[in-house]
Write a protein that binds this ligand. Structure first.
Ligand code: ADP
Ligand code: MG
Length: 475
């Protein structure tokens, strides 16, 4: 019987050793040999705390000693259950210096007549569990202290967990057991399910809310993330205001310069006219002054035009004839190395729009095309009746895609744009032209197209050219 127990103890995958009443080793099993690198035959019979050296690196009492002599003083945080001593600790000397987390327990051993014959100690390697625990603790700490509000929900919307930020943002002390829809009635399961990004106002703050569906082994439900974007929004608004100021300053300084030059010219000619001896010379100076006043007026009109409301005087207009007229004007004002051509359908095309707005679209697109052709090149205007391309139909409602559209295109074979530029061109005040640009041209175009319930599409490639397609509904 004794030898069977000894064999079992020798082979179980947990470290075990035992000492007799005098503290001499009487058992040292295989698992311990692996942990400590010390073999049974080297240690059996040794006393004087020799067995503690492979664990601690020096001689000292271990749990078996506390069992045998409960009076030994120690400073370890032992747990005592009945006559069993327990200790969880890290032992850096195990496994050849690699160290291991262990849970150790020890108890006394008595013979048939209940006399104490020794003590046994078990050393259980819990490193894997301990590391997992530490990792989990780290993760928990991160989630607990995250500035993002996190909540876990059951599929019904019942909250089963939420972190401090979530409580802070929603102004509650505890939310476990409540339903998410009590907090956010505007939220739909569909939105959470489909990981929608939604912006919501709550407690005078603005939040970005995102939900994801969790369907893993042990966890079924939703996770909700709340990010406070109130400050970000404020900053963005401020930036837009300062953008606007910058652009107004730029406009003012451009025109102020121009106007000052013209006024200086007018003053000069007025002086010359005053000093003129004969009427004819005076008249010639006055004529020059007149034409300068005209250009002054043009400048003032332009300044006023910038702030003009869009879509102010809508009426039924013939798109074709509006285009023809503006093209005649544009041809006289474009640079010599630019060739402007236009193709149009035979019949007139009626749309309901403000004529000046349509002129603005064309002028802006053609002038941008000219800027994209510093060495000269071709600009084409195409007007055609054609349905919306299939690929765009997915972007709009059924009702919109049933309407008839006219397509107005402006194409150039100029410098084109990279993806980043293309993504920003409709933003107010975005320009790549430095002092010379206002960044308002395409913003205006975009607004007019929106006003007319149309669509604008851009295709472009660096060094190949650019194509703007504007689809407007026909009445
Ligand atoms: P601005 O002309 O004052 O720069 P816009 O709003 O008209 O402002 O245009 C914004 C930007 O879009 C331009 O600065 C330019 O980088 C780009 N862009 C517009 N049209 C074209 C084009 N046809 N080819 C290349 N780039 C263009
Ligand atoms: Mg422009």
């Amino acid at each position: 019987m004794d030898s069977i127990i000894k064999r079992v103890l020798r082979l179980i995958p947990v470290g075990v050793f035992a000492v007799d009443r005098s503290g001499k080793v009487i058992l040292w099993n295989k698992a311990l040999e692996e942990m400590t690198g010390i073999f049974e035959e080297e240690i059996i019979g040794k006393g004087d705390f020799e067995y503690s050296i492979p664990f601690y690196g020096y001689r000292r009492p271990m749990l078996v000693d506390y069992v045998l002599n409960p009076d030994i003083e120690h400073s370890e945080s032992l747990i005592k259950r009945g006559d069993i001593y327990e200790l969880e600790t890290f032992l850096p000397n195990l496994y050849g210096g690699k160290g291991a987390w262990v849970l150790m327990c020890a108890s006394n051993v008595v013979d048939e007549s209940c006399d104490l014959i020794g003590a046994v100690q078990i050393i259980n390697d819990i490193t894997i569990r301990k590391i997992a625990e530490i990792e989990l603790k780290k993760l928990n700490t991160v989630i607990e202290h995250s500035p993002v509000g996190v909540a876990l929900l059951e599929f019904s919307g019942k909250i089963i967990y939420c972190n401090d930020s979530f409580l802070k943002y929603t102004g509650h002390k505890d939310l476990k057991g409540h339903n998410i829809f009590e907090l956010f009635p505007q939220l739909s399961l569909y939105e959470i399910y489909n990981s929608y990004l939604k912006e919501i106002r709550y407690n005078n703050k603005i939040f970005r809310l995102r939900g994801i569906k969790l369907d893993h082994e042990d966890i079924h439900g939703y996770a909700i993330f709340l990010t406070d974007i109130t400050e970000v929004r404020k900053y963005e608004e401020q930036r837009i205001i300062s953008y606007k100021m910058e652009s107004v300053n730029r406009l003012i300084s451009t025109y102020a310069h121009e106007i000052k030059n013209i006024l200086t010219g007018i003053r000069g000619f007025a002086q010359l006219a005053l000093q003129s001896k004969d009427k004819e010379t005076a008249a010639s100076y006055l004529e020059k002054m007149l034409s300068m006043v005209d250009s002054l007026l043009k400048n003032v009109r332009e300044i006023l035009g910038v702030g003009r409301e869009l879509g102010k005087n809508p009426e039924f207009i013939d798109l074709k004839s509006v285009l023809e007229n503006i093209i005649i004007f544009l041809k006289t004002s474009l640079k010599d190395n630019i060739v402007l051509t236009a193709t149009m359908p035979e019949d007139s095309i009626k749309i309901y729009a403000d004529k000046t707005d349509i002129e603005k679209i064309i002028t802006n697109l053609v002038l941008n095309a000219q800027d994209a052709l510093p060495e000269g090149g071709q600009i084409k205007i195409e007007l055609s009746l054609k349905p919306l391309p299939e690929k765009f139909k997915t972007l709009i409602s059924d009702e919109e895609s049933k309407k008839d559209y006219v397509c107005l295109s402006v194409l150039d074979n100029g410098v084109g744009m990279d993806e980043e530029t293309k993504s920003k061109i409709f933003e107010p005040f975005f320009t790549t032209k430095g002092e010379k640009g206002t960044g308002l041209g395409l913003t205006t175009v975009y607004h007019i197209v929106q006003l007319l319930k149309g669509f604008i599409f851009v295709e472009t490639e660096p060094n190949k050219g650019t194509r703007f397609d504007i689809y407007l509904p026909i009445r």
